[in-house]
Design a protein around this ligand. Structure first.
Ligand code: UDP
Length: 465
């Protein structure tokens, strides 16, 4: 073993994240990559992650796990009381994380956190450990928030709610294509103030790593770095299953309630024939949405695999419209999404455009039907249609409803319409580019190496002081 290898194995990195699926997935993947580069990695999250687990996982893919309290009982309904949850977390999280770090047998050389737990920067500063942030949305969103929270450009206001916005490295955005938090209509106080804090505290962060890759968002990444930010894309941070590897163990906060095995069901379908539908882990569809999507799917007569999550203590509505299409597809409460997207039977993905889902679709080369709802999703949908050309967007009626006819129209447009061939070709090109970025010497691999080298050298500098 050479001396640089030996040196790295003594270097401990601590990753800290909110206990949410879309945050755990990319940071766990980053952890596995750092383990492969020779570092020792610990991932700390709040113990609400253990709600649906019989026992706490100790180590996944070489990444060790630790849990700390967010100040609330494990069974507390955090999603239903988001503002209170965020306030409590920012009060108790720093104290409990600091106690965890101080009592831990390993001395951490670097702390990496995801954006919502921005107070981690203060904990790291207090004990003098260098800090990196893993930005888990597109770099496009980083640029929009950076410009918005630092007052660098004009954004829609109560008096001018529909203005267009043009920012460096990005196309023109209409107001309804911007993230919901920068609009005057935003109702989520705590998330807006957390983002404000993130962008006012950036001076405390030494490195910003992004879950994206140069070839996917080149103009905006170049513009960020030319504008004085140090922003290194290291993605796509997605499970290895999407790269054709065997099943990759993850950290699933949810479980499927059914006996049905969706992979066996997919094995029986024709190549590129299935419409896969999921709206991620936060959104619950209304009964009207479910009814309209069902009626749209029925008109297409195409097989579908549909993840419908229902709030705890509630059941899926057992109405005629789901009975009617039962034979045409499969409805589940949770599925191994990355395995599903890599399955040859999947022809398109009707998605809310959460960033993890979108990146997974990009890496799988699966065309997208974008049905965004809030936060970064409207902006991500714009990337799908106007920047990458890998899908279409569902048009909502003025009252925000998605009609069955519109769902049917979008499915046909992506599966067999005039644009379908170009969409599929673009999707396959991005799939190939994602693999190149991660390969030895690829753009993201180079950024990871630079990060690891800097952590190693900042660690040796401290040791020599
Ligand atoms: N996911 C999954 N199975 C499901 C639904 C979702 O594994 O049935 C995973 C999906 O692969 C993705 C994450 O949950 O990694 C959802 O993250 P995303 O950013 O897309 O959306 P969010 O839930 O944060 O809105």
């Amino acid at each position: 073993m050479n001396s640089s290898c030996e040196q790295k194995q003594n270097i401990n990195v601590l990753l800290v994240t909110l206990s949410a699926q879309g945050h755990l997935n990319p940071i766990l993947k980053l952890g596995k990559i750092l383990v492969n580069k020779g570092l020792h990695v610990t991932l700390a999250t709040t113990n609400s992650a253990l709600k649906n687990m019989s026992s706490a996982p100790k180590c996944i893919g070489g990444v060790y796990h630790e849990f700390f309290s967010d100040g609330l009982p494990i069974d507390y309904d955090r999603e239903a009381n988001m503002d209170y949850y965020m306030d409590t977390l920012s009060k108790f999280g720093p104290v409990n994380l600091l106690a965890l770090i101080k009592s831990h047998p390993r001395k951490f050389a670097c702390v990496v956190h995801t954006p919502v737990v921005t107070w981690v920067s203060d904990v790291a500063a207090e004990i003098n450990i260098p800090n990196a942030m893993l930005w888990i949305q597109p770099c496009t969103l980083y640029q929009i928030y950076h410009r918005y929270y630092n007052g660098l450009d004009e954004f829609p206001t109560d008096t001018n709610p529909n203005m267009n916005v043009k920012l460096p490295g990005l196309p023109v955005f209409h107001a309804d294509e911007l993230p919901s938090f920068v609009l005057p209509s935003n109702r989520f106080r705590s998330l807006d103030s957390i983002l404000k804090q993130v962008f006012h505290n950036m001076h405390k962060v030494k490195w910003v790593l992004g879950n994206s890759f140069m070839e996917l968002e080149k103009d905006v990444i170049m513009s960020l770095n030319n504008g004085g930010c140090v922003f290194w894309p290291v993605g796509p941070l997605v499970p290895a299953t999407l790269m054709g590897k065997e099943v990759d163990v993850g950290f699933d906060l949810f479980k499927s309630n059914e006996d049905s095995n969706c992979m066996e069901w997919l094995n029986k379908q024709k190549p590129s024939s299935v419409v896969y539908i999921s709206f991620g882990t936060f959104l619950f569809l209304t009964e009207k949405d479910i009814k309209n999507i069902a009626s749209g799917l029925k008109t297409t007569k195409r097989p579908f695999l549909w993840v419908i999550r229902v709030p705890e203590n509630q059941e899926l509505p057992k109405h005629g419209f789901l009975e009617e299409i039962k034979e045409q597809g499969l409805i589940v409460s949770w599925c191994p999404q990355t395995q599903v997207l890599s399955h040859p039977a999947v022809g398109c993905f009707l998605s809310h455009c959460g960033w993890n889902s979108l990146l997974e679709s990009v890496v799988a080369g699966v065309p997208v039907i974008a049905c965004p709802q809030w936060t970064d999703q409207p902006t991500n949908a714009k990337l799908v249609t106007d920047v990458w050309g890998v899908g279409v967007k569902v048009k909502k009626s003025l009252d925000g409803v998605v009609s069955g006819e519109e769902v049917g129209r979008c499915v046909e447009e992506v599966m067999s319409g005039l644009k379908s061939e170009v969409i599929r070709k673009n999707a396959l090109e991005l799939k190939a580019a994602a693999r190149v970025a991660l390969r030895d010497g690829g753009s993201s691999d180079n950024n990871i190496r630079m990060f690891v080298d800097e952590v190693v050298s900042s660690c040796s500098c401290t040791e020599h002081k």
